[in-house]
Design a protein around this ligand. Structure first.
Ligand code: FES
Ligand SMILES: [Fe+2]
Length: 403
């Protein structure tokens, strides 16, 4: 019996792998148990491309942010060349944490313990007094062997990803389904306007599990007011088509309209001449979600903290000067009020984010019950949820390519 079977119970994976209408979802222990969380840390996050945060949090050369991914201390740094690099945040001397707080415009990364200094590219520059001399002239150590250990990383538009075990397919492969779906829309033309970190009491998987529009009219009743907002009542098909595409689980608006009406006067995300404008909201496996509307991007990185605790790092982006210029304030507010409520505070039940988090926290409580070992998927609405959960167990079971 494998370790996963041990935690989830024999047969749970087979039940999950059935076709969506007959499948049963991940049992409660996948959300509540410390053992499963630890197994994810070892066998899920390192094998795939995990999102670790927003590149716009380190906008300038020499900006650095310490973070934890899959339990490991890392640091993301923007070099003088403008490129983002990620290193293990561990000194090569005696393994102290090097960067302990976000830094701006740093010239080097200096260890607080004995002042070893590393360049923004990770190269070891100085080991003061290590051999009793100021410049290491007596027994100079071979600096080339003791640079910071780099982590395989990728920066894609506004997001930073790492593949900790170094063996995942190239990042370009990981993101290709979304690139194809977006048909050349220039996400880099959007700029960061608002960042917010909200912690909630629930398992990180509840965020990607939520990529269905079935809950809209109940959870977001001030925004989606009637079933015909989300369902074509004639065909019985959701207006946002659930589309599992390998590493991407998307909800794509069929009719070529936005999920909600665009705010007046905001510039649209540029698309290539003659290309179709695609509006979709996607999970980028495993822990990033991204909504692409005509006039803004809304994205959340789910940072797993504990089995029952997650930080949702939220970023809201508008095109060009619309991200910050006062002239667009009112239009931006229309958009941001919808996502975060007029107070922009966690718990503001006027906003989509708090409405969702409240349900996730309630789900987390319910998943402690044995009744939560049998959960169902709607074949009409919840194909993405089924796909996401299968991806989780497939990667954990050793599949080297996502299905
Ligand atoms: S541990 Fe970093 S300089 Fe000693
Ligand atoms: Fe929602």
């Amino acid at each position: 019996m494998s370790q996963i079977d041990d935690i989830l119970g024999v047969g749970a994976i087979d039940r999950l792998r059935r076709p969506v209408g007959e499948a049963r979802g991940l049992p409660g222990s996948a959300y509540t148990s410390a053992e499963f969380f630890e197994l994810e840390r070892k066998t899920l996050f390192p094998r795939t491309w995990m999102c670790i945060g927003f590149a716009s949090d380190i906008p300038g050369p020499g900006d650095a942010m310490p973070l934890t991914a899959a339990g490991l201390p890392l640091v993301a740094v923007r070099g003088q060349d403008g490129a983002v690099r990620v290193f293990h945040n561990v000194c090569r001397h005696r393994a102290a944490l090097i960067v302990t707080a976000p830094g701006k415009n740093l010239k080097q990364l200096a260890c607080p313990y004995h002042a070893w200094a590393y360049g923004l590219d990770g190269a070891l520059k100085a080991t003061p007094w290590f051999d009793g001399t100021k410049d290491g002239t007596k027994h100079a150590i071979d600096k080339a062997n003791y640079g910071l250990k780099a982590v395989r990383s990728a920066a894609w538009h506004h997001w930073i990803f790492v593949n900790l075990d170094g063996n995942a397919p190239a990042f370009a492969e990981h993101i290709r389904p979304l690139e194809d779906l977006l048909k050349g829309a220039d996400l880099s033309a959007a700029r960061i306007s608002h960042r917010e970190d909200w912690a909630w009491q629930g398992n990180w998987k509840l965020q990607p599990d939520n990529w269905e529009t079935y809950h809209h009219i109940w959870v977001h009743k001030n925004i989606f007011t009637k079933m015909s907002d989300d369902l074509d009542l004639k065909t019985g098909e959701p207006k946002a088509e659930p589309l599992p595409l390998g590493t991407i689980m998307t909800l794509r608006r069929r009719a070529g309209t936005d999920f909600y009406p665009p705010a007046n006067d905001l510039p649209y995300i540029p698309i290539p001449e003659g290309a179709e404008r695609v509006r979709c909201t996607s999970v980028i496996f495993p822990n990033l979600t991204l909504t692409v509307q005509s006039d803004h991007l809304s994205s959340v990185v789910a940072i797993p903290i504990a089995p029952d605790r997650t930080v949702s790092q939220m970023g809201y982006f508008f095109v060009g000067e619309a991200a910050t210029a006062p002239a667009y304030q009112k239009a931006r507010d229309t958009v941001l009020d919808r996502w975060m409520g007029t107070t922009r505070r966690q718990g503001d039940r006027g906003g989509i984010r708090s409405q969702d988090m409240e349900v996730w926290e309630q789900q987390q409580i319910a998943r402690r019950s044995p009744i939560a070992d049998e959960v169902l998927f709607s074949p009409v609405w919840e194909k993405n949820v089924h796909h996401f959960q299968n991806m989780v167990v497939n990667v954990m079971a050793g599949a080297n390519a996502p299905r």
